[in-house]
Design a protein around this ligand. Structure first.
Ligand code: GCV
Length: 686
């Protein structure tokens, strides 16, 4: 008996092992196998028929009733909220809207896929943020800025006549995790998107997304009135410009009645904006808000602003936006990156969170791994997102987490939203790396419920994407949960930041310096290493960025003895022989952290190899290859950073640690262009 069981199990594993799986199904592998009866007595809609279809084909339990309810307690869950109640005989999903039923259905199916659907259930859920939005940095020629998964999903040249089946699959995947908005085009926006030629294409996508509860938004170029409207200015206080935007909004809404609104990058990195006309960000945002308000649209105005001035880049968003707090229309929300510089492996939070209290503020997270190894490195980002959302800003005393300052619970703002810069593309597996799918998933789940923990999200994702075998779960989740900290260690431990190669943001280039280029685009601006020490002094003796935080954080960060060590070099310039809590010198500590990062990537290879017979051959081989690149890159990072910093510290690498494998002069000479670079025969495309 026992032997038979073993044989069957081994056969089963070899079937799984031999299987080919290109990863295109994402976490939605549960298709088919159901034969549920789904009862709905109300008026059918495209969304309800999706709900019925998803449940009928996938739910493996008893009958399900859908209740489009007007009951007070169901309405209290909000339009997207739902309640799942009942047991084996009958389950009811109740919501006050079609969309709520859709989210309820996907929640139930997720519970089933995770083996967590109880025999009796009473679950009520409503989302933390009203708007849960993906930002696509996709250009109209289908290139994707900071995209590492092929071309853009949007086939502009074929639209509106031809609709890729991927539009529907994308919408379904998003709906399954509660994402309800997509900004289709890059924030470095082409004005062409607002032309009569392109708007019907946008409408075609919006029509596919609508039944899945997803609204379409567009990034708007502030110069559009001049560039595509034929006006001689784009001044936000000019009456013709205001009329142009009003007419444009009316034109869009005639095509797309539920259009979400505009996302704007203004006066940032060369983009046009209200400053070009001597106006403020509030003047610019409010003009667009006035054009959209009659139709119910919103403006997401980005606070990612910095100039090559003598002011610390990390301070600039606050300097510019804090004086404008309370001056924005109610349908404007300020979109703020999690950290004050730019999506680094670790940053403290941007002090606009908690700082702006009279204006709605939304977090912008980066799902695409611009600074975390592109789609080559396995880095599970939920711990980064979670750390940020749960950090206490102390804006209204303890408990004022970033999440509370943005979800409406602390300041009562009317709109609440969160955005993630998407990592999707035309690759079969959508994200370039099978594990990068987990970052898309994690963003959606945290946007729905920011109280979820990273390990819970990892567990859910693994069960749905790879299976629920215990060994697999344990190892994969171990790997995922260690991966972000490992990346911090092999790239930028102790909150070193922005020491990437200036163009592509992939490999290390801490030495890069060009007097003809913006200083704030060069690594030495950020690490400030010299023979005396390393790190950016942001205390009162330096840029005083610490003053932008509330007490007691301000004092905690200002003192190297109390500053969390994982933020140390963000706030302090310290001597190489500064004593760390471990008892080591700062130099030795850096050496140890880099070494630890490298060791972790080797461990990840071993962990993965243990799973060879538990993962299909195609995905197994793909991830193995990527882990090999990651392990090599980690050594590259370690050697480049330590050998370069050693020229300044003059201190030896502790003898117990592995010696460098590369020579600094060679690393410094490594070919680099903005498009590609080569290391050890590996050719990396930007
Ligand atoms: C879309 C960083 C990135 C840019 C990006 C910019 C932004 O600078 O490197 O590619 O542009 O942030 O968020 O606007």
């Amino acid at each position: 008996m026992k032997i038979n069981a073993i044989i069957i199990f081994t056969l089963l594993l070899s079937v799984i092992h031999a299987g080919a799986d290109n990863g295109s199904k994402l976490w939605l592998r549960n298709a088919g196998g159901g034969s549920a009866t789904v009862n709905f007595g109300g008026k059918m809609s495209p969304t309800i028929s999706i709900v019925v279809d998803e449940l009928r084909t996938q739910w493996k339990g008893g009958p399900i009733g859908l209740d489009l309810s007007t009951k007070k307690e169901i309405k209290a869950l909000g339009a997207d909220g739902f309640r799942i109640s009942g047991g084996p005989e009958a389950i009811t999903i109740a919501s006050s809207s079609d969309k709520g039923l859709l989210y309820g259905a996907f929640h139930l199916l997720r519970l089933q896929a995770c083996g967590a659907a109880g025999s009796t259930m009473d679950i009520s859920e409503s989302p933390a943020y009203q708007l849960r939005i993906l930002n696509h940095w996709d250009n109209l020629n289908r290139s994707v800025e900071r995209g590492y998964a092929g071309l853009s999903l949007w086939e502009w040249e074929k639209l509106p006549a031809e609709l890729s089946p991927r539009y529907r699959e994308y919408a379904r995947a998003n709906a399954s995790i509660g994402i309800n908005g997509s900004v289709l085009n890059n924030v470095n926006a082409s004005p062409t998107i607002l032309t009569k030629e392109y708007l019907p294409k946008v409408k075609a996508i919006a029509d596919v997304f609508r039944p899945w509860g997803i609204k379409v938004y567009l990034s708007a170029n502030f110069s559009s009135p001049k560039v595509v409207g034929g006006l001689d200015t784009s001044d936000p206080l000019d009456k013709n410009v205001r009329k142009w935007w009003k007419d444009k909004a009316a034109e869009i809404y005639a095509l797309i009645p539920d259009f979400g609104g505009f996302l704007v990058k203004a006066n940032s990195e060369g983009q046009p904006g209200p400053h070009d006309f001597g106006r403020t960000h509030a003047d610019g945002a409010n003009m667009l808000a006035d054009a959209l308000a009659p139709h119910g649209g919103i403006v997401m105005w980005r606070a990612f602003v910095y100039n090559p001035s003598s002011e610390d880049r990390a301070r600039q968003a606050c300097e510019e936006f804090m004086p404008l707090d309370g001056k924005f229309r109610p349908n404007v929300i300020i979109q703020v990156k999690n950290g004050p510089v730019d999506f680094q492996p670790r940053e403290p939070f941007t002090p606009l969170f908690g700082g702006m209290q009279q204006t709605a503020v939304m977090p912008e997270l980066q799902i695409t791994q611009e600074y975390l190894g592109f789609s080559n490195h396995l880095v599970f980002l939920a711990p980064l997102f979670e750390e940020f959302l749960k950090t206490d800003t102390y804006a209204r005393g303890p408990g004022s987490t970033v999440a509370a300052t943005t979800d409406g619970s602390l300041f009562g703002q009317k709109i609440s939203a969160i955005a993630g810069v998407a990592n999707t593309g035309s690759d079969a597996n959508w994200c370039g790396h099978h594990f990068a799918q987990s970052n898309w998933y994690a963003f959606g789940r945290l946007a729905w419920n920011h109280r979820l923990t990273s390990d819970r999200i990892a567990d859910e994702w693994i069960r749905q994407t790879f299976g629920s075998d215990e060994l697999l779960l344990k190892n994969m989740s171990d790997l995922m949960m260690r991966s972000r900290e490992a990346a911090v260690d092999y790239m930028m431990p102790l909150c070193l930041h922005h020491i990437f190669s200036t163009n592509h943001h992939y490999g290390p280039e801490p030495w890069f310096s060009n007097p003809n280029m913006r200083r704030d685009w060069q690594p030495p601006y950020y690490h400030k290493a010299d023979s005396g020490g390393v790190g950016f002094d942001r205390t009162a003796s330096g840029s005083n960025a610490v003053a932008q935080y509330f007490s007691p954080l301000r004092e905690t960060y200002a003192n190297p003895a109390t500053c969390p060590e994982n933020l140390l070099l963000w706030f302090h310039h310290l001597p190489w022989d500064y004593k760390m809590k471990s008892g080591r010198t700062l130099w030795d500590e850096l050496c140890y952290r880099y070494a630890h990062g490298v060791e972790e990537t080797r461990e990840f290879q071993k962990i993965w190899d243990r799973l060879e017979h538990r993962v299909d051959a195609e995905r197994f081989a793909h991830v193995s290859g990527k882990l090999r690149i990651q392990a090599r890159d980690a050594i590259w990072w370690r050697d480049a950073c330590l050998l370069y910093f050693q020229t300044l510290s003059g201190m030896p690498i502790p003898l117990e640690l592995e010696r460098p494998l590369y020579d600094l002069p060679r690393l410094m000479k490594q070919p680099r262009t903005s498009e590609a670079y080569i290391l050890e025969g590996n050719y990396y495309i930007k």
